[in-house]
Design a binder for this molecule. Structure first.
Ligand SMILES: O=C(O)CCC(=O)C(=O)O
Ligand SMILES: [Fe+2]
Length: 198
């Protein structure tokens, strides 16, 4: 079967990554981030044994966010054109992991329940060194025991994977680790049932 994840170093320009990092750190210092939960928005359930990051949803309210969302839109169109995945929209958030924080092995979607089809992560960490940890560990399929790869969270790197097929885990970092994680969703709406629910 074809590989269901991809890693693209230096996918995003340095100036965009810098602007996003600056915004994330400033807004985190202002207390705008929330402890992350497990489950859908609305079914928010905090679980510090599984994950220890803080997040802030992107809403396109700054120039840097607009530029990133524009890049993601290009990606969405290209993926739909070439792979016919029917990606419909994107939800995404900044995430900050303090030293010692982690996110244990998980899938981003189960049976398409949250509509998440393709996960994307962009790292915003300048001059990341291997010994600082914080790698994204990736398994090639839901039953795999041995990891397929580990990705350093270096500024500008993009990781994409199928949300319901690729288990992954954020290993503890020794330094603050900043990223944007996003999920392209399919459109599960029907005439009487909007998705996502309002
Ligand atoms: O930051 C990462 O490398 C991955 C984050 C993640 O798995 C998630 O937010 O679901
Ligand atoms: Fe994830």
């Amino acid at each position: 079967m074809a590989r269901q994840y991809a890693v693209a170093p230096n996918y995003f320009p340095a100036h965009l990554v810098r602007a996003l990092r600056r915004e994330a750190l400033l807004r985190d210092r202002r207390g705008e981030f929330q402890s992350a939960g497990i489950g859908r928005r609305g079914e928010h359930q905090h679980n510090a044994r599984v994950r220890r990051d803080r997040t802030l949803w992107l809403d396109g309210s700054t120039l840097a966010q607009c530029r990133l969302l524009g890049e993601f839109e290009q990606l969405r169109l290209a993926v739909n054109r070439q792979l016919f995945m029917g990606l419909f929209d994107l939800e995404s958030h900044f995430a900050v992991y303090d030293p010692g924080a982690f996110y244990r092995r998980h899938l981003d979607a189960f049976n398409g329940r949250n509509g998440r089809v393709l996960s994307v992560v962009v790292y915003l960490n300048d001059q990341w060194r291997s010994e600082e940890g914080g790698r994204l560990r990736v398994w090639a399929d839901p039953d795999a025991i041995h990891p397929a790869t580990e990705v350093e969270p270096r500024a500008g790197t993009l990781v994409c994977f199928l949300s319901d097929r690729i288990p992954h885990e954020v290993l503890e970092a020794r330094r603050q680790r900043v990223s944007v994680a996003g999920w392209f969703r399919c459109n599960n709406s029907t005439a009487d049932r909007p998705d996502p629910p309002c």
